[in-house]
Design a protein around this ligand. Structure first.
Ligand code: AMP
Ligand code: ZN
Length: 115
């Protein structure tokens, strides 16, 4: 838990969110400003600032997150048509919340390349 981190507060329940899933390591909720019919955010409960700060020991958490992406995509009916997983890192990557997170976007045809 890092003080004044929005996503730490969402993960510990002190700021409300539309929660989808939670276990010991990860927390999943709906993005407050969805850009697609399905827009989920998957975060580790551990405060990791970005991919730049990722450590070897965090590998299991990332594995957990990606397995959950796969199962939630199935659960929300996204598997057949497809979906997109996005991580924004740093200023040029467009990261606005400095607690690592993965966007799961689906339910419409997404353009490529992104802006
Ligand atoms: P990024 O721009 O990759 O750092 O993504 C941050 C995401 O967090 C954006 O898509 C925001 O819409 C989303 N967001 C910001 N505040 C909240 C909140 N209180 N609850 C849910 N999602 C949020
Ligand atoms: Zn945090």
């Amino acid at each position: 838990m890092s003080e004044n981190c929005l996503f730490c507060k969402i993960a510990n329940g002190s700021i409300p969110s539309k929660k989808v899933y939670e276990d010991d390591e990860i927390f999943v909720f709906h993005d407050i400003t969805p850009v697609a019919p399905l827009h989920l955010l998957l975060i580790p409960k551990k405060h990791i600032k970005s991919l730049n700060e990722l450590e070897v020991a965090d590998g299991a958490i990332l594995g957990n997150i990606f397995l959950k992406i796969s199962s939630l995509a199935r659960e929300f009916g996204m598997s057949e048509k497809g979906y997109r997983v996005v991580n924004n890192t740093g200023e040029f990557g467009g990261q606005s919340v400095h607690h690592i997170h993965f966007h799961l976007l689906g339910g419409r045809h997404l353009t490529w390349p992104p802006g």
